[in-house]
Design a protein around this ligand. Structure first.
Ligand SMILES: Cc1ncc(COP(=O)(O)O)c(C=O)c1O
Length: 296
């Protein structure tokens, strides 16, 4: 988003905008505030996690709650952009992908200038997977790495047009009319970068797989309780996908795998709270506390 807003400033626009499942709007609102630009965001009503909604509002964006899903909101904001009302900063914007590709650079850098065997990531609008592949290919073409990773995209079962396309071996998607999943960040039926994502998966001899909401939630908990890493549900889709593909023998245990986890736990506090037991109410008394602790 930093690259996108910098370009918006260079182009001299006064208003930027996006449709969002939440995170893009939070980011755009913050960068637009810093750049002194008006920011308009369209969010699917009732389907944006609290942390993201509060960021977009608090950074001063004009927030519209659209009666419809993300795909419909994106259509509406695209029409506004074509009308000249705003400069669109969804990941369909080529400068966004130029920024996002640096995730690919960072992975290679973090691994001591080596490529992992595989990169697994959640796929919604399909910007990240396309952009990371672009970054990786640039490093490969420049001779910085000798191998490339298999790009592996994970989608929620109720929002999986790219996985269905890969199952059929085709390079186009059939949009999912009413996408549904607890992982609101990837609740997208018509990913705008689908073609690029499919190219990334095919060119890299990667995979695409679905996971259920239950698999997402248990991977989210596992990551939090085994590693101390708190992520929002969409992010945990990559870990859930890794577990599923390992169990199915599609991924070998010897592989060097990087899972990208995309969003912090507190972006979606409600899902986190709903997944846990309520705190035990107790007097501030050592005897009462030790009695309870002994019961556990
Ligand atoms: C937390 C999180 N994970 C994954 C994604 C999906 O990324 P992409 O739309 O680039 O596929 C998003 C997109 O908003 C997101 O917010």
């Amino acid at each position: 988003m930093s690259v996108g807003i910098t370009k918006a400033r260079e182009l001299g626009v006064s208003t930027v905008g996006c449709a969002s499942t939440g995170n893009t709007s939070a980011s755009l609102a913050a960068y637009a505030a810093r750049a002194g630009l008006r920011c308009i965001v369209l969010l699917p009503a009732g389907k944006v996690a609290l942390g993201k909604l509060s960021q977009a509002m608090f950074h001063g964006a004009d927030v519209f709650s659209v009666r419809g899903n993300f795909d419909e909101a994106l259509e509406a904001v695209t029409a506004l952009a074509l009308d000249g009302e705003l400069y669109l900063l969804n990941s369909v914007n080529p400068f966004r992908l130029e920024g996002q590709k640096s995730i690919g650079y960072e992975i290679v850098d973090d691994l001591g200038w080596k490529s992992p065997d595989r990169i697994i990531l959640p796929v919604g609008n399909a910007g990240n997977i396309s952009a990371i592949w672009k970054g990786i290919k640039e490093f490969y073409d420049a001779g910085f790495i000798k191998e490339v990773p298999r790009m592996t995209g994970i989608q929620a079962e109720g929002a999986a047009p790219i996985v269905r396309a890969v199952e059929k071996g085709v390079d186009y998607i059939e949009p999912v009319e009413n996408p549904e999943t607890i992982a609101t960040a990837i609740r997208i039926g018509a990913p705008v970068s689908a073609k690029k994502a499919l190219r990334a998966i095919y060119e890299s001899e990667g995979l695409a797989e679905t996971v259920t909401d239950d698999q997402i939630l248990s991977a989210q908990k596992l990551l939090a309780r085994r590693e101390g890493i708190g992520v929002e549900p969409a992010s945990a889709a990559s870990i859930a996908g890794l577990i599923k593909l390992l169990d199915a023998g599609e991924i070998d245990k010897s592989e060097h795998v990087v899972c990208v986890v995309t969003g912090h736990l507190l972006k979606d506090p409600n899902t986190a709270i709903n997944a846990c037991k309520e705190p035990i109410e107790v007097d501030a008394d050592i005897n009462a506390l030790s009695k309870i602790l002994k019961q556990d």
